[in-house]
Design a protein around this ligand. Structure first.
Ligand code: CIR
Length: 291
């Protein structure tokens, strides 16, 4: 069973952060209805919905993806790049404690969950407007004991890595190559968005289907031609706040579905097991790759 942690649309949404879009009036009542339909699609895909406490005065709080990275073994609460969003993390921490051991990113690190794409044990971290190299380094410090490896990905021209690339199957990634170098994902199958649909790379993969905006019909056709099951979910009002499909939930396995502690990779002591330790020389190198 999957849990989808979501958070209500704040009535203050019109005061949201904006980076790449001009401000346009948001119909908050419509945003609420669309968010309800999004939750219905999550349920239909087999998720059980949990709600973090609403934050009416935090305009961007509906975009809960940015506040944490939840893996099977641990949840890492982020330190969002936009100062206005940092108060969002307190209640999310409280919610996640019901499901996972919780760690956190600390200053001077910044990290938005929208910059984190997990594919198996590889964790791609977009470094750009919101997340910095120190945030990525701390994420690796917290996840590497469980065998995860962080790869830095330069992102240009969009808000987050997951504006530019998301998984559409466990082994395939949908990419807008104008915003991220597709070769970063060379170990995966790469599907390129239709060139006329810049924002089309954000899809929410849930088991046998992907939730996807109806605003990108040409890319949707590409996905369907590959045999992918695409479920349209319209979040047009949240899109005016630079939000997309992945942004509005944290989806993770319910802890009862996880392997018992004795069979997981890591002992409670967090001492890395032989074979999954990072090469110290590599760990020490946190320069951004150039492409
Ligand atoms: C922000 O600028 O932080 C919000 N207005 C939008 C955040 C969208 N989140 C995401 O892409 N993960």
């Amino acid at each position: 069973m999957l849990i989808a942690l979501t958070r209500a649309v704040a009535p203050s949404l019109n005061r949201c952060e904006l980076t790449h879009l001009a401000r346009a009036p948001i119909d908050v009542a419509l945003a609420v209805r669309q968010h309800e339909q999004y939750e219905a699609a999550l349920r239909e895909a087999g998720c059980s919905i949990a709600h973090a406490a609403p934050e009416p005065d935090l305009p961007d709080s509906v975009f809960i993806e940015d506040t944490a990275v939840v893996c099977d073994e641990v949840a890492v609460v982020t330190r969002p790049g936009a100062a206005s969003r940092r108060p969002e993390t307190a209640a999310v921490t409280a919610s996640l404690r019901a499901f996972r051991r919780v760690e956190a990113i600390e200053a001077p690190g910044t990290l938005d969950g929208g910059d984190v794409l997990v594919a198996g044990r590889t964790v791609y971290v977009g470094v750009g407007a919101r997340s910095n190299v120190e945030g990525a380094r701390q994420l690796e410090e917290r996840l590497s004991p469980y065998g995860y490896e962080v790869r830095l990905v330069p992102v240009n021209g969009c808000l987050h890595l997951k504006s530019a690339a998301t998984l559409v199957s466990p082994t395939a990634v949908l990419v807008n190559p104008a915003w991220v170098d597709a070769l970063v994902f060379a170990s995966l199958d790469i599907v390129v968005v239709d060139p006329g649909e810049s924002f089309a790379a954000n899809a929410l993969l849930l088991g046998d289907r992907i939730l996807y905006s109806p605003a990108y019909p040409r890319t949707r056709a590409l996905l369907e031609r590959r045999g992918l099951r695409v479920v349209p979910v319209d979040l047009s009002e949240l899109a005016k706040a630079e939000g997309a499909l992945t942004c509005c939930s944290l989806v993770f396995k319910r802890d009862t579905d996880l392997p018992s502690p004795s069979s997981t990779l890591i002992a409670e002591s967090r001492i890395p097991l032989k074979g999954i330790q990072r090469d110290p020389a590599r760990s020490a190198s946190w320069a951004m790759p150039s492409f």
